[in-house]
Design a protein around this ligand. Structure first.
Ligand code: ATP
Ligand code: MG
Length: 159
């Protein structure tokens, strides 16, 4: 369906407003000017963004910040990323992070709650839409998860 990207990203932030306030995490939303409406599966992508936002909040300390951005890649794909200033992920764990039930450092993760399914579900949804999901992280500095999706701008062909 046709999705208003500014509205979609603002809505994600709204759904987490309570948790964001509780941890005093600030969020900046950046939607590339001119990139307004895209033909994507709003429900599926909402689920992906909720998983990514939930992680960004869970693994960021009080007073941190998150940037949610949407832009068009050179190849004409839609790129949506969630960048946080959180605890980051050790290099040795990066390769496994999308596996079902995989969680970094069980002691660290147990206290946070969760099952270790969020990213595997996100990847499944993204792949089902013909897209890709990638992660970049620096321990004690932060993490960026980027989702790239084939898309058509309004009025164009459906991918
Ligand atoms: P669930 O999503 O099922 O509630 P979860 O958040 O532990 O549980 P995933 O979302 O799949 O599971 O993430 C897997 C692991 O990757 C997490 O346990 C955490 O260790 C690490 N991780 C994910 N996102 C981040 C992030 N933004 N910053 C730091 N670590 C992260
Ligand atoms: Mg999660």
């Amino acid at each position: 369906q046709t999705t208003d990207l500014a509205e979609m990203t603002e809505d994600v932030v709204d759904r987490f407003s309570l948790q964001l306030r509780q941890k005093a995490i600030t969020v900046r939303v950046q939607v590339e000017p001119g990139l307004q409406k895209a033909w994507i599966d709003r429900d599926g992508i909402d689920q992906v963004l909720d998983n990514l936002m939930s992680n960004a909040i869970k693994y960021t300390l009080d007073g941190g910040s998150i940037v949610l951005s949407a832009k068009l890649t050179g190849a004409g794909q839609l790129s949506i990323s969630v960048k946080d200033t959180g605890i980051g992920i050790p290099k040795k764990d990066i390769a496994h992070i999308f596996d079902r039930f995989y969680r970094v450092d069980k002691a660290r993760s147990r206290s946070m709650g969760g099952t270790g399914l969020g990213l595997s579900i996100a990847r499944e949804i993204v792949r089902a839409h013909g897209g890709t999901i990638g992660i970049e992280s620096e321990p004690n500095a932060g993490t960026t998860v980027t989702v790239t999706l084939p898309m058509a701008q309004e009025g164009g062909e459906q991918p």
